[in-house]
Every structure is written in C-alpha cells, then in structure tokens.
Design a protein around this ligand. Structure first.
Ligand code: ATP
Ligand code: MG
Length: 453
C-alpha cells in the first residue's frame, strides 16, 4: 500500500527526503540560536556577578553600619560593619527581625521604620539605641525606602553611624572654635593695649613737663608766701604803720594770706594727683624687657596684703592659704604692685559690706603658679566684665579711681607670660585669678613664658 500526503494525494519517497531535510535544517537553526543565547546569557551573568561583587566590596568597606530589610522588617542584607556590631548567630543576620537589633530603650523604634516605609518617607539623622554585642550603643541613623519595578515599597536600607564618634567630632570642633575665639579676643586685647600704650606714652610725656612746672612753682609760691608774711609782719610792727594797718584791714590782707596757703595746698595736691597719674601712665606704657630674677610670689603676696590692709582703715577678715614658697621668675616689684591693686580693688568693693572677708590662696600646679583673691563684695556685673581691663574704665567716683589699675596689672602679668582673669564667685563676690609660669631651675632660664613676651 502507498502513503498518502496531507492533501490526501499519494506521497512519493522523494517527498519524505525533502521533508526530513527541512526539519533537520530548522533544528540546526534553532540550536545555533540557542547556543548564541546561552553565550549572551553567560556574558550578562558574568557582568552581573562583577557588579554584585563590586557592590558587596563597597558595602563592606563602609565603616557605617548598613542593614537592608524587606517591608516586614526582616533583614535581607547587611555589611561587615553590621556583622561585627551585632551578636553573631549561626545563620548570620539575614532573616532576623529588625526589632531584635534595636534596644528596648531606643528613642526611635522599628515601628517608626515601618511607618516611614508606609509613608514613603526618608529617616534623617534619627537617634537609635542599637542592641550591639557589647551592649546598647547610640547611633544616628538615615533610612531610605526601596521600591520594586512597579514603584511599590519593597523595603528599607538603614545606614547607622555611632553617635559617640559624631559627638566627639562635634566636641572637638566646639573646643577648637572656642580656643580660636579666645585667641582672637586676646589678640584684640593685646593690640588694644599696644596702641593705647603708644598713645599713653605720648600723652604722659607731654603732660609731664607742664605738670612739673605747676608743681615746682606751687612749691616756690608757698616758700614766697612765708617770706611775704614775715615781711608784712615786720612792716606792721613799726609805729608809723597805722595807714598800712587800715589798708591791711580794708584789703583783708590777713584773710588773703591765710587763704593763700589753702589755695596753694589745693594746687600742690592737684598737681601731685596728676603727677601720680602720669607715673601710672608711664608704667603702663613702659617697655619692660629687662630680664627678671626668681622670687617667691607667696612672700610678695603676703607683703602686698599687709600693706593694703594696714592703710585701708577697716578690719577685714583674711583667710590665707598660700603654699610656703611659690617660685616665679620675673619682677617681684611689679607682681607686688599687681597683688596690691587686686587687694585694693577687693577692699574698695567691700566698702558697704558689714563683715568684709578676703580669701587669698596660692598653689603650684605643674608648671604654673596660681594665686586667687576672692572678696565678698557685690561682684562684677556681667555687662562690665569684658571692660574692666580696659584703661580708664572705672565705676568709682571721680578722684577715687583712674581705671588704670587692672589695665596696668594685665599688661605686667602678660609680660610675665601669665594670665589675669576675673570671675563672679557662685557664692557671691569676685575672684581674681593670677596665673604665672613657675620658675624652672633646670632649664637655666626660669620659666618659658619669657619677659617682655
Ligand atoms: N574685686 C572687685 N569687685 C567688684 N568690682 C571690681 C573689682 N575689681 C575691679 N572691679 C571693677 O573694675 C573696675 C576697674 O578696676 P581698676 O582697678 O582698673 O580701676 P579702679 O579701681 O576703678 O581705679 P584705680 O585702680 O585706677 O584706682 C573698677 O572700677 C570696678 O568697677
Ligand atoms: Mg583699682
């Protein structure tokens, strides 16, 4: 019997061969296509693996802790920093719930993360307490919501940085900022002092000449008054001097003579006061580069204290706590003047105080010597605190204070490589702190602060 083709017509053996041939050709084509697709697939796979390895390298090289979670807050991926931080389980972190990694006291919780995913919101710098292997640790966390191809949230990536590190960096920045500000304020003060010093030197020089002849002439006039008095007395002793006597009465010569002395005293006193101010101004502006010698600041402070208290006319309770010796290198006379000024200011401040009390303490701390003088006066008002070292700044009545005391002290102390500061004592009153480099016999030059610095 003969085969029939699909059309129902009988098929010849030649038709079968052609059919087989075309099937074979089709199969060859399909195979070649498959091989081509396989090669392309392998190339793409290699590319993907490279990108994957690169991303894993980036993740692991980060010091920040990275945790990726799905929408059920189940960990899907972490980096090495995270694996080092959290207690290691046998199966790693993948599959664990985020709630297990967050400490119960955390200010931000896993629920907040779930909320952020639901609202498609970023988490910015939120404080987390993470349940680290070493115990709860504070972290600043940023979180980014992940999306799938249809823009539906698929999870979240959390990047956490230890807060301690941030705080330390902030504290260091703050400290550097403050010391820069201090240095700037000191520079401004030093420059102010230097230019005022030059101005004051000029003014003092100009004032010195006129005041010396006012002073000198006043003394001469006083001497002349004595002689005139003697002369007039001699004239009036004569019997023919009745006319003179009348004239003497009319012109009130006796009153003039008696007032003359008072007027001269006033001139001398005024001139003396101006002379003292000029001397102060000169001290203020003087260039004191002369080398110093070692001396005991405790002894100097005791003498200064005794001198001021002996002349202040009040009874002041003194509590002194001074180390037996406080060796400093410099000018003992100048430091005595500094302590006297500080004690005088304290005594002035305690004028209206019923039981005036003064605490003076001095001790060596490492390479420094620190002397504090505390009074129980009203204290320095905060609004004038940064002006008290300015030359001519005073709150005392005219004639009582020139406002040069602290400005001179400040200059002398800085020239000794020291610091002079005022503060309000928390229990009331003022504390003045004098801080000087201690004498170091070993280096052969005493302190390192240097005179005339
Ligand atoms: N211990 C203190 N308690 C309160 N205020 C003070 C104290 N020391 C200084 N002051 C304030 O600082 C100001 C300036 O002091 P400074 O010694 O420079 O000048 P002064 O005492 O007024 O005048 P001078 O020292 O020339 O006689 C004072 O007028 C006062 O207001
Ligand atoms: Mg004073």
């Amino acid at each position: 019997m003969t085969d029939e083709g699909p059309s129902g017509l009988p098929r010849s053996p030649g038709d079968d061969d052609r059919l087989w041939l075309s099937v074979m050709n089709k199969m060859d084509e399909t195979w070649a296509e498959l091989v081509g697709q396989q090669v392309e697939l392998e190339r793409k796979n290699a590319e993907l693996e490279g990108a994957h390895a690169f991303m894993a390298g980036v993740f692991d090289s980060m010091s920040d802790v990275l945790v990726a979670c799905d929408t059920a807050l189940r960990v899907v991926r972490t980096n090495q920093a995270a694996e080092r931080l959290f207690p290691a389980g046998a199966d790693g972190l993948a599959g664990r719930l985020l709630t297990e990694l967050v400490d119960a006291r955390s200010p931000t919780t896993a629920a907040d993360v779930a909320n952020a995913i639901a609202r498609r919101q970023r988490l910015e710098d939120r404080e987390f307490m993470l349940a680290a292997a070493a115990g709860p640790m504070p972290f600043a966390v940023n979180g980014t919501v992940l999306y799938d191809a249809r823009r539906r949230p698929s999870g979240v990536v959390l990047a956490a940085r230890p807060l301690g590190e941030l705080r330390r960096a902030y504290t260091e920045l703050d400290r550097a900022h403050r010391s820069l500000k201090d240095a700037q304020a000191q520079l401004v003060q030093a420059e102010k002092m230097a230019s005022l010093g030059r101005l004051v030197a000029g003014v003092a020089h100009e004032l010195n000449n006129p005041i010396s002849f006012v002073y000198g002439n006043a003394h001469t006039l006083r001497r002349f008054t004595r002689r005139l008095e003697a002369y007039l007395a001699a004239i009036h002793a004569h019997p023919r001097a009745a006319d003179f006597a009348r004239q003497r009465q009319d012109l009130r010569i006796d009153m003039v003579l008696s007032e003359l002395d008072g007027a001269l005293s006033g001139i001398v006193e005024g001139a003396e006061r101006v002379r003292d101010i000029v001397a102060d101004l000169r001290r203020f502006s003087a260039d004191r580069r002369a080398p110093g010698t070692p001396f005991d600041l405790a002894g100097v402070a005791r003498t200064a204290l005794d001198w001021v208290l002996a002349t202040c006319g009040r009874s002041v309770t003194v509590h002194a706590d001074l180390d037996s010796t406080l060796e400093v290198d410099g000018h003992a006379g100048q430091m005595q003047q500094v302590v006297m000024n500080l004690v005088q200011n304290a005594v002035d401040a305690m004028e209206g105080i019923e039981h005036p009390a003064l605490d003076i303490a001095g001790a060596r701390r490492g390479g420094r010597v620190c002397l504090t003088i505390r009074d129980n006066g009203p204290g320095i008002a905060p609004e004038i605190m940064d002006r008290i070292f300015d030359p001519f700044f005073t709150t005392k009545p005219v004639g009582k204070g020139t406002g040069l005391g602290l400005a001179i002290c400040y200059r002398m102390v800085t020239e000794h490589g020291g610091l002079l500061a005022a503060s309000r004592h928390p229990a009331g009153g003022t504390t003045m702190t004098l801080d000087l480099p201690a004498f170091m016999p070993d280096d052969g030059h005493g302190n390192t602060g240097g005179m005339g610095a």
